[in-house]
Design a binder for this molecule. Structure first.
Ligand SMILES: Nc1nc2c(ncn2[C@@H]2O[C@H](COP(=O)(O)OP(=O)(O)OP(=O)(O)O)[C@@H](O)[C@H]2O)c(=O)[nH]1
Length: 380
C-alpha cells in the first residue's frame, strides 16, 4: 500500500481523534461488523457509537454510567460500556452530538471513534457536520477529525435494493449512501455467486468510481482498510481508483501487472440518477485556480453551471481532486455537499508531481455538459 501524503492543514490533526462514519443497507451486516470490532482482540482502542445496543447488550462488559449532576437526562440517553478488548461502546438514543460530547470527556481512553448511522441514514450531512465545519469549530470540530465514511452493502440484495429504492426526490437512500462513502464493505459474499457479486460491484462503481470495495464475510477485514484512511486529509489516490477495472475486485493487491488501465475510455458512470464524472485537470495558472474556485462555488452552492442560464438539475454530493499549479505546487480538492476546500499539499520530494490533475464529482445531473463547462471555464 502506498504511503499517505498529508495535505497542509492549519490545525494540528494529531490532537484530534479520527472519526469514521459507518452506514449501510438494512441488514447488510453493520452490527455484525461492529460486534466483531467490540469483541475481538485487534489491539486498537476504538470507541464505537451505536444507535442502540441491540445484540451487543449481552457482551460481557462493565457498564459505566457517564451521567453528570448538571445533566440528569444524560443517564437515560447515553451510557458507555468498557469492553474486555480495550474498546468502548456507547449508545445513541437521542442526539448523536450529545453522545459524542459525553464520550469526549473520556478522551485519551480511545484512539478512534466509529459512529454507526441507522440503516436508512444518508451519511452526507453527518460527514459534513464533522468535516471542517466552522460552526462546529468551537465544539466537536476541535476534538474530532473526520477520517472516512464506510458503507456496508449486502452482496445478495445490494443490487435489488439499489434498483428498487427511491426517495421522494428520486434518489434512493442506498444510492446516497454509496455516493457519500469512501470505502465500501461488500458483505455476505459467502451467500452470493461470483456473477451476482460482480454485478453489485459494477453498480457500486457506476455510482461512485472513487470508493474502494472490499469483499467480506461477516465483516472480516483488516481494520486498516476502514480506520486511519484519512479520506479527507490525505491526497486522494485517484489514479489508483480509476485504474481498477470491474473484475479487478481485489483492490488490495499491488501487483503492477494489474495496474494497466482497463477503463481509460470510460470516464462517465451512471446509475439511478447519481453518477461520477471524472475530469482531467491541466496544470493551472493562478487565474485558472481562481476560475476553478468560482466554477466550484457555482456548482456546489447554487447547483448550476456558471455559464448555464437554464435551471438544470445539478447536485454534487461529493467531490475530490488532485491538481497541479504552474510552479509545481500540488493542490487537493475535497468537498462534501456545499462544503469544499482546496488545500496545498505538503511538499514531499519522494513523490513525483503529475502534470495532469484529476477532479472527480459524484452527484446528480453530471453529464458531459458539466465537463465541457469546466473545461471552457478553465480556458477563458
Ligand atoms: N451468511 C452470512 N450472514 C451474515 C453475514 N454478515 C451478517 N450476516 C447475518 O445477517 C443478518 C443481519 O446482520 P446484521 O449485522 O444484524 O445487519 P445490520 O446491517 O446491522 O442490520 P440493521 O441494523 O437491521 O440494518 C444477521 O443474521 C447476521 O448474522 C455474512 O457475511 N454472511
Amino acid at each position: 500500500m502506498s504511503r499517505k501524503q498529508l495535505i497542509e492543514h492549519p490545525e494540528d490533526l494529531k490532537t484530534r481523534v479520527p472519526l469514521t462514519i459507518i452506514c449501510g443497507f438494512l441488514g447488510a451486516g453493520k452490527s455484525t461488523l461492529l460486534k466483531r470490532i467490540l469483541t475481538e482482540r485487534h489491539g486498537y482502542r476504538i470507541a464505537v457509537i451505536m444507535n442502540e445496543f441491540g445484540d451487543t447488550a449481552d457482551i460481557e462488559a462493565k457498564t459505566i454510567n457517564v451521567s453528570s449532576e448538571d445533566d440528569p437526562t444524560a443517564e437515560k440517553s447515553e451510557e458507555v460500556l468498557e469492553l474486555a478488548n480495550g474498546c468502548l461502546c456507547c449508545s445513541i438514543k437521542d442526539s448523536g452530538a450529545a453522545a459524542i460530547e459525553k464520550l469526549m470527556e473520556r478522551k485519551g481512553a480511545f484512539d478512534h471513534i466509529l459512529l454507526e448511522t441507522t440503516g436508512l441514514a444518508d451519511p452526507g450531512p453527518i460527514a459534513a457536520m464533522f468535516w471542517k465545519n466552522e460552526e462546529y469549530g468551537m465544539g466537536l470540530g476541535n476534538d474530532i477529525a473526520l477520517d472516512g465514511v464506510i458503507c456496508v452493502v449486502d452482496a445478495v440484495f445490494g443490487l435489488k435494493q439499489l434498483q428498487e429504492e427511491y426517495s421522494v426526490d428520486g434518489i434512493g437512500e442506498s444510492v446516497r449512501q454509496i455516493a457519500g462513502s469512501d470505502v465500501i464493505i461488500l458483505n455476505k459474499v459467502d451467500l452470493a455467486d461470483e456473477p451476482v457479486i460482480l454485478s453489485v460491484e459494477n453498480a457500486i462503481h457506476d455510482i461512485n468510481s472513487a470508493a474502494r470495495i472490499h469483499r467480506t464475510v461477516r465483516g472480516q477485514l483488516d481494520l486498516k482498510h476502514i480506520m486511519g484512511i484519512s479520506a479527507y486529509t490525505a491526497v486522494p489516490q485517484l489514479d489508483e481508483h480509476i485504474k481498477h477495472s470491474h473484475h479487478d475486485h481485489d483492490l488490495d493487491h499491488t501487483d503492477p501487472e494489474h495496474d494497466h488501465d482497463h477503463n481509460a475510455h470510460q470516464t462517465h458512470y451512471e446509475a439511478r440518477g447519481i453518477s461520477s464524472l471524472q475530469v482531467v485537470c491541466p496544470v493551472l495558472s493562478q487565474t485558472q485556480l481562481e476560475a476553478l474556485d468560482e466554477w466550484i462555488r457555482s456548482v456546489l452552492w447554487e447547483n448550476r453551471l456558471p455559464d448555464d442560464t437554464q435551471s438544470t438539475e445539478l447536485q454534487v454530493l461529493r467531490c475530490k481532486g488532485l491538481f497541479c499549479l504552474e510552479g509545481g505546487d500540488q493542490y487537493v480538492l475535497q468537498g462534501v455537499r456545499s462544503m469544499y476546500e482546496m488545500v496545498k499539499v505538503v511538499k514531499d520530494a519522494d513523490l513525483g508531481v503529475p502534470d495532469m490533475g484529476k477532479l472527480v464529482f459524484i452527484g446528480k445531473g453530471l453529464d458531459e455538459r458539466v465537463r465541457t463547462s469546466l473545461q471552457k471555464y478553465l480556458q477563458s
